[in-house]
Design a protein around this ligand. Structure first.
Ligand SMILES: Nc1nc2c(c(=O)[nH]1)N[C@H]1C(S)=C(S)[C@@H](COP(=O)(O)OP(=O)(O)OC[C@H]3O[C@@H](n4cnc5c(=O)[nH]c(N)nc54)[C@H](O)[C@@H]3O)O[C@H]1N2
Ligand SMILES: Nc1nc2c(c(=O)[nH]1)N[C@H]1C(S)=C(S)[C@@H](COP(=O)(O)OP(=O)(O)OC[C@H]3O[C@@H](n4cnc5c(=O)[nH]c(N)nc54)[C@H](O)[C@@H]3O)O[C@H]1N2
Ligand code: SF4
Ligand SMILES: [Mo]
Length: 679
């Protein structure tokens, strides 16, 4: 079979590599070897031919003249962005000689890899890179910036990231989008909900911001930040009090329902209304809707878990479907994440045995403090698949750390990002359409194969290729660091411990491009919790010092400032990806601050005016958008702006680097700020 790269003109299949639950099947239209159009694969059961604007315009990013073509070395001060072209030989020689010297003097732990999911391909993102840094004996990164707190919380209740099959949610009769801006961040869940709606389902959105998802809902419920656990407990109070619980489901599939029944007596709607800002009658109305609809589905978003109390909040909400037995109805239940179904063989892929002795683990949410304060210090940082200068909390601390003269920094990326501006050496990365890799969604149940569809851009190289070259330059002779792409994919998919992947092989994927895992409904069945049941009461949590029952804990109020600040994602960027691409910046227009009309009029602020948002960590300038889309005392921005348009709009300069209650998670949405007119 000819390679897709040889096919100069025509349509070839692909998969979207971005950190987005939808993981779409794509069709790439080529002419003379160049991409001219990208569309959704109409034959993919979840994509159904539809994709977002971001990726419809992905070719603008792939052929953006600002894209990196060659390795670079820094010639100006750190952060300024002045670089000179060098060869790959010089780049590899510089890196390996610096690292050999550092390892000799200070040990491998003086080097820290920093990465996330700029590309979700498994061999390039958590494959050969892990092998390489294990072999190097580097400090290890705790991957906690995204869903860590919520996953841990959900897992105490359900045992793993296992939820409803999204394709079944067309049968749901009530859909609650809870802390998720799905119109922007999970558009195919919205398409599925639309199908359910046509059959009569109602859509409820619970959010601190009436954004496009709130506007799309049948019923939008505004809530105060960080109070969702109290709302969930209030709903449980009414469900038990009005006998709307599924007693048989509770007896058969849960532990601790008697304790929970007692416990939630104290969360009466009056008290809960005082905490959440949700009117008492709305709490009753929602509880009755939920209690009287067998096929109710909760889509639990990331918003609620980027808070000090985020883990417990998700743990609490995830108990709700057990009360009504919603798990038994087709399309009922909940999704926080579904990655538990598609587990591949991470031990074979990542080879933790290559690490000779345990090394320290560094929470990525604390990267600023880690660079500034750790003893013994981090002396070299290798960044790939991530842009920490923009995406990590407490950005001014991060930049100060990256600015350390004695820190040897290497950044591998497609663009000269804000992080790359601090690098000593910058390496050009291929886009996912130039590589081979396999992909698994953390929401739907499909596994995808990506084969290169275009030639590498300039001298750019994939993550896997770079780590193979670095291994060679370091003199590492292990076969594990020389395995081919195909071997890495085969080793990952060969996982007898997960029968759901049986039959999904490299060969079959090459033929089919995507395949659905063999996923069965959770009930009847045994969950991977200690008891095998849904743990409404969790001994595990008790042993770790958490309350054993779902509980509401108020946010940490670190400063006496008037506004909760929620810097959420936007529609046309993906985190900071696309924030450097003119087309996407134009579509998004400008960085805004949504505020309530009462607050704005008190401060003499009108829509369209520039305002300064600040706290003790930093400040930024945003354009006021005044109205009724947020409650008084709450301000919301959208998007991780970067490049020129984002020069003064670095929202993470304001966010706290406290860690959440679980998983070492981030608390992006638990900060406080003041807002003033910019005169
Ligand atoms: N267009 C686009 N799509 C994306 C991304 C992107 O940047 N842009 N990012 C991708 C990634 S990495 C992720 S993790 C997901 C994230 O996508 P989502 O799961 O949607 O999570 P967030 O967008 O972080 O937050 C969702 C919502 O939570 C709300 N929120 C904040 N605090 C609270 C609270 O205390 N209570 C309630 N009820 N709501 C609250 C916010 O206003 C926001 O509307 O999206 C992915 N998809
Ligand atoms: N204020 C605030 N901050 C947030 C969030 C928020 O909601 N609010 N969301 C947080 C969340 S949920 C997440 S997941 C993080 C995400 O943070 P990051 O993972 O850092 O996401 P991006 O900003 O998209 O950066 C990804 C980078 O990887 C590069 N890249 C893409 N493909 C490849 C590749 O194949 N190889 C290499 N070497 N590089 C590649 C891209 O060009 C891009 O610069 O941000 C977090 N930060
Ligand atoms: S970003 Fe999400 S919705 Fe857009 S194409 Fe990729 S997977 Fe699909
Ligand atoms: Mo994320």
């Amino acid at each position: 079979m000819p390679a897709y790269t040889d096919q100069r003109t025509g349509v070839v299949p692909a998969v979207c590599s971005l950190d987005c639950p939808d993981q779409c099947g794509l069709l790439i239209h080529k002419e003379e070897g160049k991409i001219i159009k990208i569309e959704g694969d109409p034959d993919h059961p979840v994509t159904q031919g539809a994709i977002c604007h971001k990726v419809r315009h992905l070719a603008e990013r792939i052929y953006d003249p600002k894209r990196l073509r060659y390795p670079l070395k820094r010639v100006g001060p750190k952060g300024e962005g002045r670089f000179e072209r060098i060869s790959w030989e010089e780049a590899l020689e510089t890196i390996s000689s610096r690292w050999k010297a550092l390892i000799g003097l200070h040990g491998g732990e003086s080097i820290l890899p920093y990465s996330f999911y700029g590309n979700m391909g498994r061999i390039g993102t958590e494959g050969l890179d892990r092998r390489f840094f294990y072999r190097l004996g580097a400090s290890r990164l705790q991957y906690s910036i995204c869903q860590a707190a919520g996953s841990e919380g959900y897992n105490y209740t359900m045992g793993a990231n296992l939820g409803t099959d999204p394709e079944d949610t067309i049968h749901a009769e009530l859909i609650v989008m809870w802390g998720i801006n799905a119109v922007s961040t999970n558009m195919h869940q919205v398409m599925l909900a639309e199908q359910a709606r046509k059959r009569g389902a109602k859509v409820v959105v619970i959010d601190v911001h009436r954004n496009q998802t709130g506007r799309w809902a049948d019923w939008f419920i505004p809530i105060l930040p960080g109070t969702d656990a109290a709302l969930a407990l209030g709903l449980m109070h009414v469900l038990f009090a009005e006998e709307m619980v599924h007693e048989e489901f509770l007896r058969t599939y849960t532990v601790g329902h008697e304790e929970l029944r007692e416990h939630v007596k104290s969360y009466d709607p009056l008290k809960v209304s005082g905490i959440t800002g949700v009117p008492v009658e709305d709490i009753y109305r929602l509880a009755r809707m939920y209690g009287q609809t067998p096929a109710s589905f909760l889509r639990i978003g990331n918003g609620i878990q980027h808070h000090d109390n985020g883990g417990m909040c998700v743990r609490t909400i995830s108990c709700l479907p057990a009360l009504t037995g919603a798990w038994l109805a087709k399309g009922g239940g909940a999704i926080k994440g579904n990655s538990g179904y598609l587990e591949h063989n991470t031990t074979a892929l990542q080879r933790p045995d290559l690490l000779a002795a345990p090394t320290r683990r560094i929470n990525m949410n604390l990267i600023g403090s880690a660079l500034l304060e750790l003893d013994p210090p981090i002396r070299s940082l290798y960044v790939y698949n991530s842009n920490p200068a923009v995406v990590a909390p407490h950005a001014n601390k991060v930049k100060q750390g990256l600015g350390r003269e004695d820190l040897f920094t290497v950044v591998h990326d497609l663009f000269l990002t804000e992080t790359a501006a601090y690098a000593d050496i910058v390496l050009p990365a291929t886009s996912s359409l130039e590589n081979k890799d396999f992909f698994k969604s953390y929401w739907h149940h499909y596994v995808h194969l990506q084969e290169p569809v275009i030639e590498p851009y300039g001298e750019s190289k994939s993550n896997v290729d770079v780590f193979r070259l670095l291994a060679e330059a370091m003199g590492f002779e292990d076969q594990a660091l020389r395995d081919s792409d195909d071997e890495l994919i085969r080793q990952s998919l060969d996982h007898p411990a997960n029968p759901r992947l049986a039959g999904i092989t490299l060969e079959k994927l090459t033929e089919n491009k995507f395949m659905k895992a063999d996923v069965r409904p959770l009930f009847p069945g045994r969950l991977p919790t200690p008891s095998g049941k849904i743990e409404l009461y969790s001994r595990q949590m008790e042993q770790k010092g958490y309350p054993a029952l779902p509980t509401y804990t108020p946010l940490v109020s670190d400063e006496e400032l008037p506004f909760w600040f929620i810097p959420a994602p936007n529609h046309h960027f993906l985190n900071s990806t696309f924030a450097h691409n003119d087309k996407h910046v134009r579509m998004e227009r400008m960085p805004r601050l949504h505020m309530n009309a009462c607050d704005a009029s008190r401060l003499g602020i009108v829509s369209g005016e520039l305002v300064r948002v600040r706290n003790e960590r930093g400040e930024c300038e945003l354009t006021a958008a005044v109205g009724e889309d947020v409650l008084p005392g709450v301000v919301v921005s959208q998007g991780l702006w970067a490049g020129k348009a984002g020069a003064k709009a670095l929202v993470n300069s304001l966010t706290p680097d406290r860690v959440a209650d679980m998983g070492g998670g981030a608390t992006f949405f638990s900060g406080k700020v003041m807002v003033e007119k910019l005169v």
